[in-house]
Design a protein around this ligand. Structure first.
Ligand SMILES: [Zn+2]
Length: 151
């Protein structure tokens, strides 16, 4: 009787021991799963940061290339002062590279942008210029008053 109870007790103890062991393993598995999920989150965050950085590097490389292109391009023009004191960059002779003579906006030039100055026409001694990038809108030359002819 006592022996049977003892054996049953040992059996119950073994069951509890197995349960405790299973709980411990479950806990270890949960801990491991949490660590794996945390690690996955960190890997995803690192991938996102890497992607952002590579995108930024591409942008900066394009910007450097653009600066280099502009540095070469700006040397093709010289600053000229047109009456009554309007500054305009004009294509240097010998720097045409197949392009017709033209002028570019001095304000845009200073901002590192090449923007063509459009000649809107000439009238009474004045030439009208317009930059479609910054809105520069001026005339150069000397106004010739329409003279009345004596009859
Ligand atoms: Zn401009």
């Amino acid at each position: 009787m006592v022996v049977a109870e003892t054996i049953a007790g040992v059996g119950a103890f073994k069951t509890m021991f197995d349960m405790a062991k299973a709980l411990k393993e479950m806990d270890a598995a949960n801990t491991r799963n949490m660590a794996v999920m945390d690690l996955q989150d960190r890997i995803l965050a690192a991938q996102a940061a890497y992607s952002t950085l590579t995108h930024r590097i591409s942008e900066l490389e394009a910007q450097v290339k653009s600066f280099e292109t502009w540095e070469a391009e700006k040397k093709r023009y010289e600053l000229r002062k047109f009456p009554p004191g309007i500054l305009i960059y004009r294509l240097k002779p010998g720097m045409e590279n197949g392009e017709p003579p033209h002028e570019i906006c001095a304000d845009c030039y200073q901002k590192g942008t090449k923007s063509l100055l459009h000649n809107l026409g000439e009238s009474e001694g004045l030439t009208y210029w317009k930059c479609h990038t910054c809105g520069f809108d001026k005339s150069t030359g000397h106004y010739l008053a329409v003279t009345c002819r004596p009859e």
